[in-house]
Design a protein around this ligand. Structure first.
Ligand SMILES: NC(=O)c1ccc[n+]([C@@H]2O[C@H](COP(=O)([O-])OP(=O)(O)OC[C@H]3O[C@@H](n4cnc5c(N)ncnc54)[C@H](OP(=O)(O)O)[C@@H]3O)[C@@H](O)[C@H]2O)c1
Length: 254
């Protein structure tokens, strides 16, 4: 399959490399920043471009993997192409594409991707959507070559998945950032936290998170909670988050 990828960021990089490894042909990589486009293009044997007017018209598949707010603008520039155009966003409607294009779909990988770290797609849930059965079949065939977990999901369910993913991935990672900040204030290294983080994630692989909640809030250890809150007097932003999450644990574990 001949593929053009619009975007050269975290997802574009991981998908381009996965498609390349699976034997698909990457024709072009687009980024508004030509250097970013060329760095990825070079790694997958494609042409790097920074102008949407340069996009070839005869590829089989166009994958828009830019920031959510730019998807529609990129879609508007693809009205002349004949191939299938998909985006990779959890929360963007299919309409953002179908408003301008005939053959459209969604190819949403439920995983956290960073440019600097190649993730195997083998067991990454690939959530697909298309209003056209033939195009959906094309996406399913492609996705099944990359992953053993392929799902056909409508836009509403995909949005719920993405919302849940923000709670399960983005927020915990932000809390690690805050944990590192607290440690750094006292000259301690984040490395000492890694076994705890690893076990916390491991536990929910075989248990429901509710059943393995620990900590002062679930125990109702008010003295400890108050000590922690006073230790954060100089960091009011963290104090507010600590209070909000402690209250949430108490509400959920009534
Ligand atoms: N990261 C994840 O874990 C993840 C997981 C699943 C789905 N997604 C979805 O995948 C898509 C890409 O996310 P990402 O994390 O890969 O983003 P990213 O790393 O920030 O990359 C975004 C790409 O969009 C380009 N871009 C930014 N503004 C643009 C504009 N106005 N016009 C055209 N291109 C523009 C950037 O150009 P530059 O090269 O100049 O920076 C970059 O190539 C999003 O729809 C996101 O919701 C992300």
């Amino acid at each position: 399959m001949d593929i053009v990828i619009l975007g050269s960021g975290n997802v574009a990089t991981n998908l381009a490399k996965a498609f390349d490894a699976a034997g698909e042909r990457l024709l072009q990589i687009y980024s508004p920043n030509i250097e970013h486009a060329c760095v990825l293009a070079e790694q997958v044997g494609a042409e790097g471009i920074s102008n949407l007017s340069e996009v070839v018209r005869n590829a089989d598949l166009y994958i828009i993997s830019v920031k959510d707010d730019a998807i529609e603008q990129v879609a508007q520039s693809l009205t002349e192409v004949s191939g299938l155009v998909v985006h990779t966003s959890g929360t963007t409607d299919l309409k953002s594409l179908s408003r301008y294009l005939k053959r459209v779909g969604v190819f949403y990988p439920l995983q956290t991707f960073s440019k600097s770290r190649l993730v195997s797609l083998d067991d990454v849930p690939l959530c697909l959507e298309s209003s056209n059965d033939d195009d959906l079949s094309i996406l399913i065939a492609l996705a099944e070559r990359l992953s053993s977990r392929v799902y056909q999901l409508d836009g509403e369910k995909r949005k719920v998945l993405h919302l849940s993913a923000v709670f399960a991935c983005n927020f915990p990672n932000h809390l690690y950032v805050l944990a590192a900040k607290v440690l750094k204030e006292s000259g301690l290294d984040f490395d000492i936290m890694r076994p705890l983080i690893s076990e916390t994630a491991d536990k929910v692989m075989s248990n429901m998170p509710f059943d393995v909640q620990t900590g002062p809030s679930v125990r109702r250890d008010e003295t400890t909670i108050n000590k922690h809150l006073s230790m954060l007097n100089n960091l009011p932003h963290l104090q507010e988050i600590y209070q909000t999450l402690s209250n949430s644990i108490k509400i959920i574990h009534k």
